[in-house]
Design a protein around this ligand. Structure first.
Ligand SMILES: [Zn+2]
Length: 323
């Protein structure tokens, strides 16, 4: 399924060459602020001595999705990328602007809806363009780390493209608590990579602007599982054992039937049974108390933590495995 003989090449990014056995920090300039300050995206390249795959690990495509940035940062500190086989290209924070503004977007535009981008487009479009041109052209596959939305907490999960067998295989190897296929979204990073025959895993864990230890830990362990599978890291690296990933085949957002104050009685990641009470929606005067129940046996893998709910708002994501 994967090429047996990955070619081990010199990696070239923005005209800088990283030879076998070398590591280098390259800063890709993306913009100049009105004040004249240059904005750069740091890219770490760790090229092993032996042949193996080239993997792109990227965080902060959405600037406020902090778990993605934090887990990559911790792996830098732990020297997890000191590989001896293959190559790891690491982008700890792609959307510098969003990060500085506590925002998912870059100057009001979603980078993940701007691919393949254009040299003369908006800033988000230019970032997408140079990302494809300078980094993605070098890689065999990528892991795109995300965090979840504002107040919408995703239990650590991997999403992959259904029609991409290699991505599904990688999802099994990563072994997050949950894995599921998801449709390609036009102009997204995953969609553009799919067009270029590059499998992508999308990791989601936690919610934006809030660090979550479980998500960080699962993201790190999953990445190590991938590096271990391709014999890129030494056997001495200890990876905590994890339960086998639950493959979600059917899923549904449970939406609020009434407006009100919302609270949950279960935890994210819990297994629930049909009819089980998951939470309550109450009016602010103590007159109504609506119990939200599970529509079928399954697992809760996302919860809306926002306490004030309008009718129709998505509040729980429930899924089941029919394999
Ligand atoms: Zn995201």
């Amino acid at each position: 399924m994967f090429k047996k003989d990955f070619k081990n090449d010199v990696v070239e990014i923005r005209g800088q060459k990283i030879a076998l056995g070398e590591s280098k920090l390259i800063k890709i300039t993306v913009d100049r602020l009105p004040t004249g300050t240059l904005i750069e995206i740091p890219v770490y390249v760790f090229n092993g001595e032996k042949a193996g795959p080239t993997i792109l690990l990227q965080g902060g495509l959405h600037g406020d999705e902090v778990n993605s940035i934090e887990l990559i940062r911790r792996m830098l500190i732990d020297k997890s990328y000191k590989i001896y086989r293959g190559c790891v290209i690491v982008v700890p924070l792609l959307n510098v602007f969003g990060f500085l503004n506590f925002s998912r977007d870059m100057h009001g535009k979603d980078v993940n809806r701007s691919f393949p981008g254009s040299k003369r487009g908006s800033l988000a479009s230019r970032v997408a363009y140079y990302h494809m041109k300078e980094l993605v052209k070098n890689v065999d596959f990528a892991i795109d780390f995300h965090t979840g939305g504002a107040q919408r907490n995703n239990f650590a999960q991997i999403r992959y493209t259904l029609q991409d067998d290699r991505a599904k295989k990688l999802a099994h190897i990563f072994n997050a608590p949950f894995m599921m296929s998801s449709k390609l979204i036009p102009k997204s990073f995953r969609n553009e990579c799919y067009k270029n025959n590059i499998p992508v895993l999308v990791f989601e864990g936690g919610e934006s602007l809030r660090l979550d230890e479980i998500s960080i830990e699962k993201g790190i362990n999953g990445t190590l599982n991938i590096l271990r599978y391709f014999n890129m890291i030494h056997k001495s690296v200890v990876i905590p054992s994890m339960d086998k990933s639950i493959e979600i085949t059917t899923r549904k957002w449970i939406r609020a039937k009434i407006a009100g104050m919302f609270s949950t009685v279960i935890k994210n990641g819990d297994e629930v049974t049909k009819g089980q009470i998951l939470g309550h929606i109450m009016d602010t005067y103590g007159e109504t108390n609506y119990a939200v129940k599970a529509p079928f046996d399954g697992f809760i893998f996302a919860i809306n933590n926002f306490p004030i709910i309008n009718m129709g708002d998505a509040i729980f994501h429930i899924g089941k495995s029919e394999i």
